[in-house]
Design a protein around this ligand. Structure first.
Ligand SMILES: C[S@@+](CC[C@H](N)C(=O)[O-])C[C@H]1O[C@@H](n2cnc3c(N)ncnc32)[C@H](O)[C@@H]1O
Length: 221
């Protein structure tokens, strides 16, 4: 596994539905990890599907994509763009179970981020209240749910970044890694340097021009 990548911060299509901030995963990153961790015909899950980058790239690479997304409008958007719209469901990763998802060969995802002094709930798309500790509890539950549908030799890749806001750093990537490692085997991180990334206060990372892909495998314990 290479542990450092440098990729252009580019997307294959314009940001849809009048969104102001870019928060989608660049296609090239998904391609890179699916090429390494899956074969044609494998199942791929994104439980924070957003606008469906993981699912579209998976389909393009002849993988079999499944997704969950909290925002109804985004689900509608993704369903129009993939071959099996029933395999994208509106709901919360916290309710994910194996009743409709087959054993997953690779989960590639990026969760909603939280700055540690924020009090909005990322797992309800910033509606309702939460604390950073509650958010991390939800992150851990999400890893547990993903682990429950993961094939025994499956891989989970989580794209996440630390955050800097008003000169305070939230060690989001470290904290997500710790919570993931409580549920799955942590195989290590890949540092992704983003060429041309917005280093202002965009959703991408408040001053950061890199993110981390945290790689996990099913817990062998
Ligand atoms: C960082 S974005 C993912 C972007 C995606 N990778 C893409 O390229 O479009 C995180 C997504 O998680 C969704 N989300 C928030 N809470 C959720 C939950 N409890 N369950 C599932 N999805 C959730 C948000 O609506 C948002 O679209």
């Amino acid at each position: 596994m290479d542990t450092f990548l440098s990729l252009p911060y580019e997307h294959d299509s314009p940001l849809p539905l009048d969104e102001e901030h870019e928060f989608r995963t660049p296609d090239a990153l998904v391609e890179r990890f699916l090429a390494e961790h899956t074969e044609p015909g494998d199942t791929v899950l994104d439980p924070f599907a957003g606008f469906g980058t993981t699912l579209e790239v998976a389909e393009r690479m002849d993988r079999d994509p499944y997704g969950i997304e909290y925002e109804r409008e985004r689900v509608g958007y993704v369903r129009e763009r993939i071959e099996s719209p029933d395999d994208v469901r509106q709901g919360s990763v916290l309710d994910l179970d194996s009743s409709w998802v087959p054993a997953i060969d690779c989960c590639f995802t990026s969760p909603p981020f939280m700055e540690r002094t924020d009090d909005r709930n990322p797992f309800r798309n910033y509606a309702g209240e939460s604390s950073y500790d509650e958010y991390l509890d939800d992150v851990e539950t999400a890893f547990e749910r993903i682990g429950a549908v993961l094939a025994t030799d499956g891989t989970v890749v989580v794209d996440v970044s630390n955050m800097k806001y008003q000169d305070r750093v939230t060690t989001l990537a470290w904290d997500v890694a710790e919570r993931g490692a409580a549920m799955l085997d942590f195989a290590g991180e890949v540092v992704v340097g983003w060429e041309g990334a917005d280093d202002g206060d965009g959703v991408f990372g408040y001053g950061y021009d890199h993110s981390y892909c945290l790689v996990f495998s099913a817990d062998g314990d």
